[in-house]
Design a protein around this ligand. Structure first.
Ligand SMILES: NC(=O)c1ccc[n+]([C@@H]2O[C@H](COP(=O)([O-])OP(=O)(O)OC[C@H]3O[C@@H](n4cnc5c(N)ncnc54)[C@H](O)[C@@H]3O)[C@@H](O)[C@H]2O)c1
Ligand SMILES: O=C(O)CC[C@@H](O)C(=O)O
Length: 411
């Protein structure tokens, strides 16, 4: 449960899924050299084996940190998702175990928005279909079904970081933008929020999904929503595969008179674990459909920035305890702590814990020179500073506080 600070070269960092080398560089620059770097994700049993002695783990969207995996990771003190989505981690389990999870909330936003704009233009011109025909030697020179984006309406579902960027880019090419979000959002440019999803679907010439994977978005788009779309409108999903009923999409794209005119899909309910595995989908082979292997955020710029951002957050948490921008944890932003030892204490959020800590320290004559506290409904994170000579005694006291989840000292 409790940890004493380790020398940096003893802190083991497991990096999975080929995160950008900028992550390794950032960690090395911060003094962390004990890094195991793997190009792929790992299946549960292998992951349990590998993560056993790791203090930090870095991953992208294909590694699933379930409660079972996290419970087996006895030394783990921090998790870095080198992406935006954090649905692949059991955030609640990580929190209960006192492990903060960090991500890169902005670094690939622009890359996704640019890809979607490109896809809208290609779909409206029926280029996927025409390109496939040309590859087969068919010369189909015709304007049938090809339209400009100018003056058409884009419906965005989920008007967050990506949705808003996309809206701005779409307006610059002359599109009207409407959006649907469960929260009231400030519309950028001339965008308009629509309160009812079906009302939005009835107006949009292209619909693009930018929601996170949550209980409320699971299967939020199925046969009923495709039927509510304007006949022949385009459909784009670069959010998460679980948001869309993929069989219903396949049906809406096929038949004598398809309801949906074309689609660009980057994310799938089941995705191959590595580039070596076959990609299986009911959408394969359907005309005017762009299929991409979950690369919406995969540009060199985005990946390099993500590497620096997330590795920097892990190093900062390891060095000074800062949890600023953690997605599952009380956020504490901390100055440097030269000349003193800093103790990190994660506890169940119940009355009396701070009093117990202060009393225990007072009883042992340990002076607290700084104290920072943040809580969520179920856990509390308190950071204390003491004279370096008192650090071991202070850690011993913290370990005994009822409700302690984790205690660690930074020298
Ligand atoms: N394809 C890729 O490579 C790629 C890259 C980056 C992000 N993503 C995915 O895109 C998602 C969105 O990213 P973001 O940075 O814009 O997130 P964000 O959190 O900034 O925005 C999400 C928006 O969705 C809204 N929302 C949540 N539930 C909703 C619901 N049920 N109905 C309507 N709106 C709802 C939220 O209020 C918010 O405005 C990420 O969670 C991630 O899963 C995919
Ligand atoms: O890099 C990945 O695997 C995931 C990218 C994207 O879906 C994200 O959530 O940022």
């Amino acid at each position: 449960m409790s940890k004493f600070s380790l020398a940096k070269d003893k802190i083991k960092i497991l990096l999975l899924e080929g995160v950008h080398q900028s992550a390794v560089q950032t960690l090395n620059n911060a003094g962390y050299t004990n890094i195991e770097y793997l190009k792929t994700s790992l299946a549960e049993e292998e992951l349990i084996e590998k993560i056993k002695d790791a203090h930090f783990v870095g991953l992208r969207s294909r590694t699933f940190l379930t409660r079972k995996v996290l419970q087996s990771a006895e030394k783990l003190i921090g998790i870095g998702c080198f992406c935006i989505g954090t649905n692949q981690v059991d955030l609640q389990a990580a929190k209960e175990l006192g492990i903060p999870v960090f991500n890169a909330p902005f670094s690939n936003t622009r890359s996704v928005a640019e890809l979607v704009i490109g896809e809208i233009l290609l779909l409206l011109r029926r280029i996927p279909e025409k390109s496939a025909q040309a590859h087969q030697g068919v010369w189909n020179k015709s304007a049938n079904g090809s339209v400009e984006a100018r003056g058409k309406t884009l419906g965005i579902i989920g008007y967050g970081h990506i949705g808003t960027q996309l809206g701005i880019l779409a307006e610059t090419i002359g599109m009207n933008v409407i959006f649907y979000d469960i929260e009231d959002k400030l519309p950028l440019g001339n965008a308009k929020q629509v309160a009812d999803l079906n009302e939005m679907l009835a107006q949009a010439d292209a619909v693009s999904l930018h929601v996170p994977e949550t209980k409320s978005t699971q299967d939020m788009f199925g046969a009923e929503q495709f039927a509510a779309m304007k006949k022949g409108a385009m459909f784009i999903n670069a959010s998460r595969g679980t948001v869309v009923d993929i069989e219903a999409l396949a049906q809406a794209l096929t038949g004598e008179s398809p309801q949906v005119g074309g689609a660009a899909i980057d994310v799938f309910p089941v995705e191959p674990k590595s580039n070596a595995e076959e990609f299986v989908s009911p959408l394969r082979g359907i005309g005017n459909v762009i299929l991409s292997p979950h690369i919406g955020g995969s540009t060199l710029e985005a990946q390099a920035n993500i590497g620096i951002e997330v590795a920097g957050k892990l190093a900062k948490y390891s060095d000074n305890g800062s949890t600023l921008s953690a997605v599952n944890f009380p956020e504490v932003s901390l100055p440097s702590h030269e000349g003193r030892s800093r103790l990190l204490h994660v506890h169940q959020n119940k009355p009396g814990i701070l009093t117990s800590i202060n009393q225990a320290f007072a009883d042992k004559g340990i002076n607290i020179s700084a104290q920072y506290l943040q809580t969520t409904a179920d856990i509390g994170y308190v950071v204390l500073e003491v004279d370096s000579d008192d650090s071991q005694a202070a850690l011993d006291q913290l370990k005994q506080i009822d409700g302690t989840i984790r205690a660690r000292v930074l020298l």
